[in-house]
Design a protein around this ligand. Sequence first.
Ligand SMILES: Nc1nc2c(ncn2[C@@H]2O[C@H](COP(=O)(O)OP(=O)(O)OP(=O)(O)O)[C@@H](O)[C@H]2O)c(=O)[nH]1
Length: 286
Amino acid sequence: MTIQWFPGHMAKARREVTEKLKLVDIIYELVDARLPLSSRNPMIDEIIQHKPRLVLLNKADMADPQKTALWLEYFSSKGINALAINSQAGEGLKQIVGTSKVILKDKLDRLKAKGVKPRAIRAMIVGIPNVGKSTFINRLAKKNIAKTGNMPGVTKSQQWIKVGKELELLDTPGILWPKFEDQEIGKRLAATGAIKDTLLNQQDLAVFVLRFMESEYPDTLKERFKLDEIPEDLVELFDHIGRYRGVLGSGGSIDYDKTAELIVRELRAVKLGRFTFELPPEEETE
Ligand SMILES: Nc1nc2c(ncn2[C@@H]2O[C@H](COP(=O)(O)OP(=O)(O)OP(=O)(O)O)[C@@H](O)[C@H]2O)c(=O)[nH]1
């Protein structure tokens, strides 16, 4: 699903998350492990206020593991709890309940001291489109979707997903908009499929991908497209890839649009290897 983010939609999205905040103990903020900064909603802190949160670096199976480790260190240094997960395969999900309990320890202890009967932790997922919210929920849900109308303050139509005895998840995630601050961020989001790529010129996007690969993962690029050296000249590089992969148009000339599509498609399918677009802020200034 791709959403066009107009101010009215942003206000509505924000309102929907704000309304559900009071139903939950904790927010699970899903971000894309390949671009943990650009795939965060720019107003998330303001929207969720002081609600406890756990950042989940999803699609970690596609990200560069060394860079994911740096991101986890970074969040930890900021006092933000974060875990790397793969919602598709269900990796890393087992730690979520335990980590949530650690985050909510004070609150849970207070309730216990008051003699309140322990109940499951209630959580809501928030994240930008395509970050994997539904995959995450489905993976946790199995067959445990429970219709509940008898919880105080819970709308009748609200469905909770039971995850074992200790966790309940709101079945509808909060969908928030990504950062559109600059073109660079837009390209990272488009390259990973988080925003509609028809908004961007495919050749432009492919050039961005090639330049990124050349700078960060040159050996993978060379290997994938059988290049001895990466030509500086872009036309030459496109020509080589197009010819090597047989992306030819009428008359046997290289079809640049199709070559561009192939490059972006292969990046998304991890055919160009696991990658991460951005490093934590400190690292970048070093
Ligand atoms: N490799 C990999 N793919 C994932 C993972 N999580 C989700 N995906 C894929 O990412 C795509 C988007 O996942 P969704 O669950 O539809 O994302 P969403 O956030 O619910 O998207 P919206 O409905 O647009 O808000 C799908 O093709 C999923 O299969 C993951 O951890 N690893």
